[in-house]
Design a protein around this ligand. Structure first.
Ligand code: SAH
Ligand code: DHB
Ligand code: MG
Length: 216
């Protein structure tokens, strides 16, 4: 086990309360054969904190998988708040639907099945918080849509922007790495946001989040 894996587990044991709905959601995702690529418990809680910080009432997620991060995000919503989460595979959305239902959150969450680029033009903003975590080659397009659909002061978070450090390699031909680098170029040239990225070590390896605050 890598040292950051141990530390991420330690952080979760210390600071993230055991939670049946989240544990059952992961077990059900495993049982359905979904890939084990949800955010870690410690990082899920970070998403929850960030959504709370911006008083998110409307949240957009791109990439639902089994609904693990969706549970964290939906729990950050006040009464009457809404999470719209986009997923291309019905097989994943079906697992997420069951997990969100079991977590008592289905009245707050709408899962829209289809390629996110086909769904995004039909969405109505504004959103207070967006979490982008789907196919990495479309990161820049997702970010452009998130920005278009954001209110001033909204937060946009993008997962997996470090990829074991490969993001620093300008010669990489890996589609995901190229996607993240294209995202960073877009963000760097975008005057409407203030952005940075943080590297993370965790149970999902060495990776990171980009965080962009939409200017007031
Ligand atoms: N946010 C989840 C993990 C998402 S994994 C969590 O932390 O719990 C990435 C998901 O994006 C997968 O379920 C994959 O099927 C989905 N995805 C891939 N390409 C997509 C696309 N074009 N549109 C929407 N979803 C897509
Ligand atoms: C992968 C995708 C993710 O969203 C993630 O958090 C980790 C890995 C992947 O496609 O490898
Ligand atoms: Mg991810």
């Amino acid at each position: 086990m890598k040292i950051w894996d141990k530390v991420d587990r330690y952080i979760a044991e210390m600071l993230v309360r055991p939670d049946e709905a989240l544990e059952v959601a992961l077990a059900a995702s495993d049982a359905a054969g979904l890939p084990r690529i949800s955010v870690s418990p410690a990082h899920g809680k970070l998403l929850w904190i960030l959504a709370r910080l911006v008083n998110a009432r409307r949240i957009l997620e791109v990439g639902t998988l089994g609904g693990y991060s969706a549970i964290w995000l939906a729990r950050a919503l006040p009464a009457g708040g809404r999470l719209i989460t986009l997923e291309v595979l019905e097989r994943h959305a079906a697992v997420a639907r069951t997990n969100l239902n079991r977590a008592g959150l289905d009245d707050k969450v709408e899962i829209i099945v289809g390629p996110a680029l086909a769904t995004l033009p039909s969405l109505e903003g504004p959103f207070d918080f967006t979490f982008i975590d789907a196919d990495k080659q479309n990161n820049a397009e997702y970010f452009a849509w998130a920005l278009k659909l954001s209110r001033p002061g909204a937060l946009i978070v993008v997962d997996n922007v470090v990829r074991d450090g490969a993001v620093a390699d300008s010669r990489s031909r890996d589609a995901a790495v190229v996607g993240v680098r294209r995202l960073n170029e877009l963000i760097a040239a975008e005057p409407r946001v203030s952005a940075t990225a943080v590297q993370t070590g965790g149970v999902k390896g060495y990776d990171g989040f980009a965080v962009a605050l939409v200017n007031l």
